[in-house]
Ligand binder design. Structure first.
Ligand code: HEC
Ligand code: HEC
Ligand code: HEC
Length: 349
């Protein structure tokens, strides 16, 4: 079902008198809440995530505020905290009201809580366990047994790619352009090998991404074939022609740093190298790249190429901003870009 249809469905559940609640339904969909808590707010993507339908409005609002501020913070909270800056107090209130207006049992098909398959999932797949040591930067490159290798070599099906990608679009958006504020990266146009590597690393817990982890799992998107289909689809999407950039204050320094430290891997135009799994970094959002760069420098992105870590070890925060600002302004060739910022993905009409 397309996102547009979802809005309609959600709206149909409501009485027209409930103004705030209508907003709440719309916000619940637009602000990615449904991706984890389910379209009906009671079929969460992980068995350990809460059902929200029918919850007391004041309680729900307080929980959202506490999760946003960090006052509520257990092993699971981090998955949700990542997206909470997308909603302000009024929006949280509207969502809380809408949640409380839903009936907790009205739409329940057999309760998912006792399904044995899910219990198993819960036991084996906790994204919030202590960091697993990285298994080498890319030990699977060239290993024919690995899912990375297989995903790169299977024939692909666009229709299936479109189906799988719909789930991803809750966060990365239908165009695959991510968000300028850096919450979600642009994926459109990225080298397929890079998408496969990152997805495989995220689901093997080699790269921490608690927000996305449940969606990367085999149980959600499927196995190697689905990985092949969805990455092929994403890699062919046209890129955002107006990605987020930095302040523009220090571009001369940025250019020099780029030439001295980045060209050998990411290329003179930020195009990366699909054969070596080096990502495209042109047209990526400044805010997202800044976070990744800092995490790579400081050892937080555990699956990063150790040679890049070495190369940027001495970068100050100002150096980092300058070089990423410069990078964010590099433009891919015209044929990889969408014709305009208002382009809409026709596969989800
Ligand atoms: C990436 C997954 C994810 C997303 C996206 C997400 N949540 Fe959550 N949410 C969770 C998890 C996990 C918990 C339980 C956190 C904990 O145990 O502290 C939770 C808890 C809650 C609670 C408290 C429930 C209770 O009974 O205590 C509310 C309310 C809530 N979420 C609303 C929202 C809203 C509104 C949005 C969108 C703005 C949202 N969530 C987005 C994963 C998510
Ligand atoms: C609930 C939100 C959410 C959903 C759904 C989601 N992602 Fe993500 N994804 C993220 C976040 C957040 C990041 C960036 C994490 C970080 O900052 O390290 C990310 C990063 C990625 C990256 C790494 C990009 C890079 O430049 O290194 C890939 C690849 C990716 N996602 C693919 C997918 C695919 C494919 C799907 C669907 C099967 C999907 N995502 C679904 C939230 C999501
Ligand atoms: C030795 C090769 C190498 C060098 C030098 C290098 N990088 Fe990287 N870079 C990589 C690889 C490989 C990755 C992907 C890491 C992974 O697998 O998670 C990456 C990831 C990144 C990312 C995150 C991209 C994403 O989509 O998440 C950014 C941003 C980045 N590099 C910027 C730079 C900049 C700017 C420089 C120069 C100051 C630089 N890199 C130097 C190899 C390199």
């Amino acid at each position: 079902m397309s996102i547009h249809k979802l809005t309609v469905c959600a709206a149909l559940l409501l009485s027209p008198a409930l103004g705030a609640a209508t907003d709440g339904a719309k916000l619940f969909q637009e602000k990615t809440c449904w991706s984890c808590h389910g379209k009906d707010a009671q079929t969460p993507v992980m068995p350990t995530y809460p059902k929200l339908a029918g919850q007391n409005a004041d309680y729900a609002l307080q929980q959202m505020k506490d999760i946003k501020s960090g006052a509520r913070n257990n092993g699971q909270t981090v998955a949700m905290k990542t997206v909470m800056h997308l909603v302000n107090d009024d929006e949280m209130k509207a969502i809380a009201q809408w949640l409380s207006s839903l009936s907790a049992n009205a739409r329940i098909t057999p309760a998912p809580t006792s399904a044995p398959a899910q219990t198993e999932t819960q036991a084996t797949a906790n994204p919030h366990e202590p960091a697993v040591p990285p298994k080498g930067w890319n030990q699977n490159l060239g290993n024919e047994e690995s899912e990375q290798y297989q995903a790169m070599h299977l024939p692909t099906d666009k229709k299936k790619g479109v189906e799988v990608y719909e789930v991803c679009s809750a966060c990365h958006l239908l165009e695959g352009w991510g968000m300028e504020d850096g919450t979600f990266p642009q994926l459109a146009g990225q080298h397929r090998s890079v998408l496969v590597k990152q997805l495989a690393d995220i689901r093997a817990l080699n790269r921490d991404n608690p927000t996305m982890y449940p969606f990367a799992k085999k149980e959600s998107i499927g196995g190697v074939q689905e990985m092949a289909d969805v990455t092929d689809y994403i890699a062919k999407l046209p890129m955002n022609p107006a990605n987020g950039v930095g302040s523009g204050d220090n571009l001369a320094l940025g250019e020099q740093l780029y030439k001295d430290n980045c060209v050998k891997c990411h290329g003179d135009n930020g195009q990366g190298d699909p054969v070596k799994y080096y990502p495209r970094i042109h047209a990526q959002h400044y805010q997202y790249m800044l976070r990744q760069f800092e995490w790579i420098r400081d050892g937080k992105r555990r699956n990063a190429n150790p040679d890049m870590v070495k190369q940027i070890k001495g970068f100050s925060n100002d150096d980092m901003k300058a070089v990423i600002d410069y990078t964010s302004r590099l433009k891919p060739p015209q044929e990889l870009l969408a014709p305009s910022i208002t382009w809409k993905n026709p596969d989800y009409d």
